[in-house]
Write a protein that binds this ligand. Sequence first.
Ligand SMILES: Nc1ncnc2c1ncn2[C@@H]1O[C@H](COP(=O)(O)OP(=O)(O)OP(=O)(O)O)[C@@H](O)[C@H]1O
Length: 248
Amino acid sequence: MTAAPVVLKAEGLSKRFGGLLAVQNVSFTQYAGEVLAVIGPNGAGKTTLLNLLSGVYRPTSGRLHLLGQDVTDRAIEHRCHLGLGRAFQIVRPFPEMTVHENVTVGALFGKPGRNLSQAREVAYDLLERTGLSAHAGKAAHELTLLQDKRLEVARALATGPEVLLLDEVMAGLRPGEAQEAVHLVRSVRDSGISVLFIEHIMPVVRDLADRVVVMDQGQVIAEGTYREVTANPQVVSAYLGTETELHA
Ligand SMILES: Nc1ncnc2c1ncn2[C@@H]1O[C@H](COP(=O)(O)OP(=O)(O)OP(=O)(O)O)[C@@H](O)[C@H]1O
């Protein structure tokens, strides 16, 4: 059997803020088609890691490879054009623009070489895929929270990613809504996109992740299937005293 190609490879990534090593020597590999979760208690360094992956921060040390290229010193735009998309926890669409226009902007600027009519077509297709077609003409500020999250995913997909980073996109959703969001992420994965996500809601991690990377105090303390990591005493101990219910 041939192993799936590597899409992301972090090698000893660290990020220092003054006296604090927020991310310490983090290494992991993500394979094509894989859904990888990054979990850990508050302050573990998950968001900082995501910022290192997407290019918001340059690492203090370590290297990052994306789709076979060393992108350690590459800007956000370069990573985006290469095939890295990101959806944020706090959704910030252009509120007065329509839902369709918001996705068109992503399709136009996230992928070089598209003209406006191509971007508009891509946007219609993505609204269909993310279940927003019926809301295409609404102003973005009229959407519900779940629809906002769908829009955020549609905007990230509009850049044509091969790897999609999701930063706690389930935050604030009710359980039924979170299940709908899980279906959406599965459909993204089924379309061939590799997904790396940060999540605090353990049932979501259990339902979605092929593999889980657990961080604590900036370091990776465990890696494996959901079952493996939640049975790991070091992981259990890292979560003790936190509000997160580790065993979903
Ligand atoms: N820009 C920054 N400047 C200084 N310290 C920072 C900065 N960003 C994060 N930190 C610190 O780095 C550590 C890791 O923070 P980070 O936000 O990455 O953790 P997290 O695992 O995402 O936490 P949470 O689950 O609460 O979002 C924390 O101690 C945080 O205070």
